[in-house]
Design a protein around this ligand. Sequence first.
Ligand SMILES: Nc1nc2c(ncn2[C@@H]2O[C@H](COP(=O)(O)OP(=O)(O)OP(=O)(O)O)[C@@H](O)[C@H]2O)c(=O)[nH]1
Length: 257
Amino acid sequence: MPDMQKRPDHRRIPIAKVGVKDISYPIVVMDKNHSLQHTVARINMYVDLPHHFKGTHMSRFVEILNRHREHIGLDKLEPILDEVKARLGSASAHVEIQFPYFIEKKAPVSGAKSLMEYSCEFKASMTDTLDFVLVVKVPLTSLCPCSKELSRAGAHNQRSVMTVRVRYREFIWIEDLVELIEQCGSSPLYSLLKREDEKYVTEQAYDNPRFVEDMVREAYSRLAAVENITWFSVEAENFESIHNHSAYAAVELDRRA
Ligand SMILES: Nc1nc2c(ncn2[C@@H]2O[C@H](COP(=O)(O)OP(=O)(O)OP(=O)(O)O)[C@@H](O)[C@H]2O)c(=O)[nH]1
């Protein structure tokens, strides 16, 4: 059969990333309380393509995933990327694994237990060495300090999402990152709250007003205190309840040099 992909291309334009996107696949994640958690990820896999080739070999990415189907997890990223580079003959390879991760939380007063979903991502790239970034999105409540100061009663408050990205030396639990980031808003979120819990989190948020700037600065201080973390970035987005737009802030620290 003719192999179109191997044919030459004469435009002299190399491609930084080409591959497959949004493959739904089962994976296994290390769980701090239950050793392993099975979840379903959306996976992207890319390689670079030199200017002289017409196309990459898309089927090979899926073949490699299939070979590791019994256990695709953090420990497999390096072998998978090595294999992708070798099989596709590329100088670099990338894999992005986005998945929902569940943590059991206890409501603050009643102690009622429920599962909260956190969107996470493993982002790994390899040229000569492995570069790995763990991404966790943490939803929170934020209450506006300005609104509290100005208003005779109440203060506008909303759901916020903080996105933390970290590079580190020694393994970091998703649970520990979530706990750290949950301290940075006005109140954490829970899937299940009884009336006594609702009163508690409402008052907790009122007692801890935070601008979007306060949230990223708080996260910066807490993450910078963790020596194991060599690089991080934090974004906060407040889905403002008094506007039809968001308030946004971002910070970054790079200690890799
Ligand atoms: N490169 C490329 N392939 C595409 C695209 N869209 C679909 N494909 C298909 O991906 C399929 C698999 O390509 P290859 O991996 O080269 O398939 P193969 O030749 O059977 O596999 P190998 O023998 O391992 O090279 C082909 O049927 C392509 O047509 C595209 O935009 N780019």
